[in-house]
Design a protein around this ligand. Structure first.
Ligand SMILES: *Cc1c(COP(=O)(O)O)cnc(C)c1O
Length: 471
């Protein structure tokens, strides 16, 4: 399988090369030339497979330059009961009103990002060993992404991780989760500043070409193709768990920020999985909701992005969105280049003439949920079903209930566990013991390993020079 860029100016590449990449050299995102097509007979065969078996069948269609036995080993090592607490990896449960929930958050850091990141950790290690290369991952996090990356990369050969977080700004649970890791290759750096300052440091180091080459800097952000690929699997798994034969359709509702999760659903639908609608749920940061209802995309700047109680969706420039718009624009790389020039100039773009395709051919609809909706939904689900859901999942359920058609089966993505967001849960239902997976019991009382630095890229640079041997 050849991978190309959405902007059309990057030479075709193979999976192993794309895996270690961020943006394509032409500024676009990498994706397969064509999405493989799954026929009805294959769907029937796949229906009864275990999660790792299904993951292998799907991923081998995309990772064509990795020997099949090696790929199988990577997958079997990743999707285990030990890591995900359940042999189904992403089990589906049903609320009293018929809305289904696919559990994507049973991994080590209690958020859906683990599903892809755990695979990526193993895949990075494998590819680096083959190429005889090393990688220094630098990242900025306000919570979920950083911890998912650290738990995926801890103890991996040939990988060093430097993760910047804003000093004193994360929840006690999030701090404990990240800072309690004592693996030698994990370096937690708390910056005296905000999340944006951390991100600026990452950018500054990445832009220093000489330093970047000398220390083999890389990232694991949400545009990484490997992450999208790993996420495609649970759309198939969730579909099979929610139906009895392939004549049935289901819709998926996904709490969205960077459009990474639902982009995988879009690709599963393009591959022929009988998905009816893809429902994009946003919080107060509703740039995507605007697009899917009007066809107009007007990304906001960081200072116009609200801080909400579903913080992992506080995003106003959806970095994976370009992978969908590329299809919408009939794979015209020139056009994508122009559209994103307008985005970067702060103008956004207007594709309202394609609304029929957006809603019909591609099946996208959307809805929005606010803090009050989130609280009300957590409360309602607790009262009716005696279950706690996290604030992001609540946004999804609110929107699913709002847009649901008569007889429609909607599967909502549970993108985090409530234990991560105790404050909002308490606001909704009062003080109570929020259930926690065993491995996070007492996590707050463990020793923490973190270096606190002033907001200065040069101090981070010095840390990297101290711990990584230059090329
Ligand atoms: C990252 C995240 C999201 C948003 O997912 P995208 O792929 O960025 O759309 C939603 N909920 C939680 C809990 C997350 O961590």
């Amino acid at each position: 399988m050849n991978y190309i860029s959405t902007r059309g100016k990057t030479a075709p590449m193979q999976f192993s090369d794309v895996l270690l990449m961020g943006l394509a050299p032409d500024g676009g995102l990498m994706l397969p030339e064509e999405y493989p097509q799954i026929d009805e007979a294959t769907l029937t065969q796949w229906r009864t497979l275990s999660y790792p078996e299904l993951a292998f069948e799907i991923m081998q269609l995309f990772a064509t330059d990795i020997p099949k036995d090696d790929l199988k080993t990577l997958i079997d090592k990743t999707y285990t009961v030990q890591a995900f607490g359940n042999p189904d990896i992403t089990p589906v449960r049903t609320l009293k009103d018929g809305i289904k929930i696919i559990e994507l958050s049973n991994g080590p850091t209690l958020a859906f990002k683990d599903i892809a990141m755990q695979f990526l950790g193993n895949a990075f290690e494998y590819v680096l060993k083959k190429k005889n290369e090393r990688l220094t991952i630098i990242g900025a996090t306000s919570g979920d992404t950083g911890s998912a990356a650290e738990y995926a990369l801890r103890g991996k050969d040939n990988i060093e991780v430097f993760m910047m977080s804003p000093h004193g700004k994360m929840s006690e649970f999030q701090r404990a989760q990240m800072y309690s890791l004592d693996d030698k290759n994990i370096h937690n750096i708390a910056i005296k500043g905000m999340f944006d300052d951390c991100q600026d440091i990452v950018k500054a180091l990445q832009q220093d070409a000489e330093f970047k080459a000398k220390y083999s800097l890389g990232t694991v952000n949400s545009i990484n193709w490997g992450r999208i690929l790993a996420q495609i699997v649970y759309y198939f798994k969730g579909y099979f768990a929610s139906t009895t034969d392939n004549s049935q359709k289901v819709s998926f509702c996904v709490p969205s920020g960077n459009f990474g999760n639902i982009c995988a659903g879009h690709i599963a639908r393009e591959m022929g999985l009988p998905i009816d609608r893809l429902i994009v749920a946003t919080n107060e940061n509703d740039v995507l909701h605007d697009f899917f209802t009007t066809g107009k995309y007007s990304p906001r700047t960081a200072d116009k992005t609200y801080v909400t109680s579903s913080p992992s969706m506080d995003i106003s420039k959806a970095s994976n969105f370009e992978r969908f718009v590329y299809l919408l624009a009939e794979k015209n790389g020139e056009k994508i280049h122009t559209l994103w020039q307008d985005v970067n100039a702060g103008k956004g773009f207007d594709m309202s003439d394609l609304m029929a395709n957006i809603n019909g051919k591609y099946g996208f609809v959307s809805g929005k949920s606010t803090h009050a909706d989130r609280i009300a939904t957590i409360k309602q689900v607790y009262a009716e079903d005696n279950q706690l859901i996290d604030p992001h999942t609540a946004d999804g359920i609110k929107v699913a209930r709002e847009v649901r058609k008569e007889g429609e089966v909607i599967v909502c993505a549970e993108t985090a566990l409530p234990a991560k967001f105790a404050e909002t849960i308490t606001e909704a239902v009062g003080q109570l013991d929020i259930p926690r997976p065993k491995h996070t019991d007492n996590i707050e009382s463990l020793a923490q390993y973190v270096t606190v630095l002033d907001n200065d890229a040069n101090l981070v640079r010095a840390q990297i020079e101290q711990f990584v041997v230059a090329k």
